[in-house]
Design a binder for this molecule. Structure first.
Ligand SMILES: Cc1cc2nc3c(=O)[nH]c(=O)nc-3n(C[C@H](O)[C@H](O)[C@H](O)COP(=O)(O)OP(=O)(O)OC[C@H]3O[C@@H](n4cnc5c(N)ncnc54)[C@H](O)[C@@H]3O)c2cc1C
Length: 571
């Protein structure tokens, strides 16, 4: 059967326009339709990005368009979060690296490691226009009102415009964000973690002061906790700022306060935000949302798939929503393109896309849980970490469960480097240290011998996404966890097979990297991060012999990446 479109996308937000753009970029013959219910520019919450989004924008061919809009450069965040009320910074790059930057810039050097804070009305329009320029047919003010189905197959979409005919397509994609238009129509249930039941209220301000300006338009967002929630302060341009409050839904209910009163009270009780807003004026249109944390039980079906927030979302505390939506859209574009080329089985391609997205969202939910439990300013939620660990099949006491969560119970999201999606394991450690767990957070430091623990693991190919292609990456898979048999992980596996004693292991890793012409110091460090992830995820068993030295991998407490805040603004 032939259809007028190869791919029809519901929703023209970042996920929909990234998917459309990358499909057309890598295959200009593919017929893509994007249906968007609003007329852009339209407002949207979620403004603070993470650096990996830059590579996706660059691949789409629109990083320079985003840069030309003059959004602030995000070099990191200032937090009041953890066991003390001290302010601390988490930075993607050092301040001095950004001081010399001129704008508009190009996507190279230090700019590859920074991100943007975007006014979503403008940003989403740039991306949607770009998708149209690349040849996607974009219909705005076109709401999908009905998804026609036969079993698990979509057979057409109806729009709110009675004059428009039924849209039919080979493949249907739900990029409709929290609306989940197709997800709901297909009866897909979602898993929602009980711990992250929060609500958010926010508004936009004019003439708010920035806490700091670094170079031309560089700054840090502010994430400041109160006893009952936290406040975000995100400059979106020279004069506009987004200022929001997140509180647990239970607190909101028991406080008896209306959202407006709660918002005003929080801003007046947060001294730093109060200072930054002292000469600013508010739009006075309070927006609110709740229940955003979930993961869809299914992400692909017979001729449909979910992408971006319709597939799931963790929590604003990680500022990862847009980045994950666009990374996921890139992976879905590659999946569709590869299925059309017919070199890999379609089933495998879509199944691995589904597993990758679900694993990543679950990892982010766990990491968000960690942020909340690690915050001494919130109530002590340590017991919750037991529940989270139990969901992952681990029976740990509260103390160990908290350690497991903080030391990377989420570390093998990326097949190349230990990370949780967009946070490298090293940055997770720095955050963990900052939150008060100190040096104890490196599991590998407890042992002087390491053995592989691969019992019961299945060997499977997992998808890797490179240059418009999906490649098969051999992995061990067990209980939803993945150990790649490639990259630095594989080097560690081979080194342990040779000799698992700590001293020999470090020595052999160093010799290997020297032999292949890599910088042994940097690479051994990467390998130890991978080893840490493997220990935490149960792929490697550590033990302590009577003789032999232990490993000493430490995260400095104050690094150029994480340090005590030095802004002139009063805390
Ligand atoms: C309180 C809060 C704070 C957040 N803060 C951040 C942050 O700081 N950083 C960050 O990266 N992320 C943040 N996020 C998450 C971020 O907003 C989302 O992850 C991101 O917008 C997802 O992009 P998307 O393209 O999947 O969906 P969306 O951006 O929601 O786009 C979906 C599009 O689909 C359209 N649509 C919906 N239904 C239909 C229909 N039936 N027919 C046609 N079109 C339809 C909508 O109009 C919309 O344009 C936050 C989320 C919340 C709730």
């Amino acid at each position: 059967m032939t259809y007028p479109y190869d791919v029809t996308i519901i929703g023209g937000g970042p996920a929909g326009s990234t998917l459309g753009s990358l499909l057309r970029k890598h295959d200009p013959s593919i017929r893509v339709l994007i249906l968007e219910r609003e007329r852009f520019p339209r407002e949207h919450v979620g403004e603070s990005q993470l650096p990996p989004i830059g590579r996706v924008l660059e691949e789409m061919g629109c990083w320079e368009k985003v840069e030309a809009a003059g959004f602030p450069i995000k070099i990191g965040a200032t937090f009041r979060w953890g066991r003390t009320p001290d302010l601390w910074d988490f930075e993607f790059v050092t301040t001095s690296e950004v001081e010399g930057v001129t704008r508009p810039g190009t996507f190279e050097g230090v700019r590859r490691r920074t991100a943007f804070q975007v006014d979503r009305a403008l940003y989403d329009q740039i991306l949607l226009d770009h998708a149209a320029e690349l040849g996607c047919e974009v219909r705005q003010e076109t709401r999908v009102t009905e998804v026609l189905r036969e079993g698990d197959r979509v057979i057409g979409l109806r729009m709110d415009d009675p004059a428009s005919s039924l849209v039919t397509s080979s493949l249907y994609i739900d990029a409709s964000g929290g609306a989940g238009t197709l997800r709901r129509a297909m009866g897909v249930e979602v898993d929602a973690p009980s711990q992250l039941r929060n609500i958010a209220v926010w508004d936009y301000w004019e003439d708010a002061e920035w806490a700091v300006e670094i170079g031309v338009g560089g700054t840090r967002v502010q994430v400041l906790s109160l006893d009952y929630g936290w406040v975000w302060f995100i400059p979106l341009g020279p004069t506009k700022a987004s200022v929001g409050l997140v509180v647990p839904a239970d607190y909101y209910k028991t406080s008896g306060e209306a959202p407006e009163a709660l918002y005003r009270r929080a801003l007046s009780e947060e001294p730093r935000v109060r200072y930054l807003l002292r000469n600013a004026s508010r739009e006075e249109t309070l927006r609110a949302t709740k229940d955003w944390s979930y993961v869809s039980q299914r992400i692909v079906g017979e001729n449909w798939a979910l992408v971006g927030e319709s597939a799931g979302f963790a929590d604003p505390i990680l500022a990862a929503g847009m980045t994950l939506a666009q990374l996921g859209a890139r992976e879905l574009a590659y999946t569709i393109l590869e299925a059309r080329r017919g070199q890999h089985e379609t089933d495998w391609l879509f199944r691995t896309y589904e597993e990758t997205q679900q694993r990543r969202i679950r990892q982010h939910i766990r990491f968000a849980n960690y942020w909340y439990t690690a915050n001494g300013c919130f109530t002590d939620l340590k017991e919750f970490t037991r529940e989270i660990a139990r969901e992952e099949g681990l029976d740990l006491d509260a103390e160990n469960a908290f350690r497991w969560l903080g030391t990377g119970g989420f570390a093998t999201d990326n097949l190349i480097n230990p990370s949780v999606g967009v946070y490298s394991l090293d940055s997770i450690k720095r955050i963990t240290d900052r939150m008060g767990e100190g040096q104890s957070s490196w599991e590998i430091n407890r042992f002087n011998r390491f053995d592989l623990a691969l019992e019961g693991a299945e060997r499977r190919d997992v998808a890797g996404y490179h240059d418009g292609h999906v490649v098969k990456c051999p992995c061990y898979v067990r209980d939803g966890r993945v150990l790649p048999e490639m990259g630095v992980y594989n080097v560690v596996v081979q080194a342990i097979r040779k000799d698992g004693r700590a001293e020999s292991l470090v020595h052999n890793l160093g010799s290997f990297f020297t032999r292949v012409g890599a910088d042994p110091n940097t690479m051994v460090d990467h390998a130890l991060q991978a080893l840490e992830a493997m220990v935490v995820e149960g792929w490697v068993r550590g033990s302590l012999d009577s003789k032999g030295q232990r490993i000493h991998r430490e995260t400095p407490t104050e690094t150029p990446i994480t340090h005590r805040n030095r802004d002139a603004v009063p805390s």
